[in-house]
Design a protein around this ligand. Sequence first.
Ligand code: KMH
Ligand code: ZN
Length: 271
Amino acid sequence: MNKLIITAALTGAEVTREQQPALPISPEEVAQAAWECAQAGAAIVHIHARLPDGSSTQDAAAYRALIDAVRARCDVIVQVSTGGAVGMSSAERLGPVSLRPEMATLSMGSTNFGKDVFINPPDDMVQFLAAMQAHGVRPEFEIFDAGHLATLQRWVQRGTVSLPLHVDLVLGVPGAMPATPQALMYLLSQLPTGATWTVAGVGAGQLQMNALAVALGGHVRVGFEDNIYLRKGELASSNAQFVERIASLGRLLDRPPASPDEARGVLGIGG
Ligand code: KMH
Ligand code: ZN
C-alpha cells in the first residue's frame, strides 16, 4: 500500500483561543506545533497567519515569519492558505503566494460556510491558479462541494490544469458536503483520473472521514483548523495528538506515514 501523507492544519482562520487554548498563533507557537506534528508523522503543515490579537491576516510578511520559523525547526512541506478568512478580497488572499511556498490551497468554488458565505468567483480562481503557476507553487485543490470537483474536471478537460493534481476533499462544513461515507464515495467517483487525494473531515466527522481515507488509499488532513476535540467532550491538547492517532491507524493498516521527501515525490513537488 502507498504511504500515508498526513497534513496538519494547525490554526485555521476561524478557531479562537477561547475555543481551543492550545491554538498556535505566533511564529514560535506555529513552529513548535509543526515540529511536534512532523515528529508524529506529518509531511505537510497547512498554515494560516494571525495578527497578535488573534485575527486572521493574509499579509505576506506575517506568512514569511511563520515559514521561516517552521523551516528553522524542521523539514516539512509548508502549505499556505489562499482561502484566508471569509470576507477577505481575492487580492488579499493571494498575499502569501508571492513567497513561493511549496504548496498553497486553491478553493474550487463558492459555498455556504456556517453562517457565512465563502466566495470564490470563477475568474478569481483562474487568477489564483495563474499566480501559483507563475511562482512555482503546487496547488492543493479544495473541494467543499460536488460542483467544485466538476469545475476541476472542466479545467482538466480544457487543459487548464494537468497531472500531477492533488485534491483535498473537505467534508462536514455546515452548508457544504456532509461528512458521510456516501458523500465521500460520490466525490471519489468524480475525481480526475490520476489525481492524488486527501480527506479533511470538519468537526465531529474528522476521525471517521480520515479512517475511511486511510482504508481507501487516500491521504488525510487533521488539526485544529478542522476539529478541536479528540473525542466527544474532550478537547485535544495539541495538533500532534491528532497526527499521532491517525499515524497509528495508518501503521495498523499498512499505511505508515510518508516523510516530507516521500510526499514531495508523490505530489510532484521540486526535483
Ligand atoms: N477559512 C475558510 C473560509 C483554505 O485554507 O484554503 C477557508 C479556508 C480554506 O480555510
Ligand atoms: Zn485553511
